[in-house]
Design a binder for this molecule. Structure first.
Ligand code: C5J
Length: 242
């Protein structure tokens, strides 16, 4: 993998500001007013010991490592006035939105809906389903409870973005190859250009994260773009006036 450069430009007209991020496979341009940050599933179930992630035998510390970077990305998005969206992978208490194809998959210590140290696994309203404290949503931010891996499937996300005229999505969160990648592919099919922040996403399997970053930006960005957080923030400092 080549390491991305972090130079970027800003272009301002009387009505819009367009920023250019030095991303892979090429420049990613966006208007802040039409951009949303989508933070995928930074919930206790995946990040903390005792949740769904650990019940599947995973080392959750790999996910906890990105929390400071996701917090910095959230702060940046809030400063820039972007729409901020948080998702939680979660199911109704009666599990009517959790098909056996999902509930019975694998051999976890505790299946979806069963009790664990943080309440019922992946069930809406349980302590484990809360977004972790350093990344808690602020008033006015959108929280999407999603029963699937993708953020658009069986949720109101598409409508929320459309009614605000959003055209670009910046993604962060976990896990890179499951819910983040699925959501980016759904976004691409719906016409959004998406940028994945490389150091603000993680997997229990580092090789899967790396493979996903390469997949996303392969073939001219077949799913989207990737860049480190530094490249996104650098876009503000290099200004070019039309
Ligand atoms: C998984 C997710 N890995 N948020 N969920 O089951 O990626």
């Amino acid at each position: 993998m080549t390491s991305p450069k972090t130079t970027s430009t800003t272009s301002t007209t009387s009505t819009t500001t367009t920023l250019t991020v030095d991303a892979q496979p090429g420049p990613f341009t966006y208007e802040p007013a039409r951009t949303a940050l989508v933070v995928i599933d930074m919930q206790r179930d995946f990040i903390e010991p005792g949740g769904f992630g650990e019940s599947l035998g995973n080392d959750v510390s790999l996910l906890a490592e990105i929390v400071p970077t996701v917090a910095a990305l959230l702060a940046f998005a809030r400063e820039q006035g972007w729409l901020v969206v948080h998702t939680r992978e979660s199911h109704a208490a009666d599990l009517s939105d959790c098909p056996p194809a999902k509930r019975l998959r694998g051999a976890p210590n505790a299946r979806i809906g069963e009790p664990g140290p943080m309440g019922r696994i992946l069930v809406r309203g349980e302590p484990g389903n809360e977004i972790i404290e350093p990344l808690l949503p602020l008033a006015g931010e959108i929280v999407i409870d999603k029963p699937g891996k993708g953020a658009f499937y069986a949720t109101r996300l598409g409508e929320e973005l459309a009614m605000r005229g959003i055209t670009r999505l910046v993604f962060a969160g976990v896990t890179t190859e499951v819910c983040v990648q699925t959501s980016m592919r759904e976004a691409n099919d719906r016409g959004y250009d998406s940028l994945l922040i490389e150091d603000a996403t993680a997997s229990y399997f580092p090789a899967f994260k790396q493979a996903t970053l390469e997949m996303v930006r392969s073939q001219g960005g077949i799913v989207g773009w990737t860049a480190p957080l530094a490249a996104l923030t650098a876009a503000l400092t290099a200004t070019q006036t039309d």
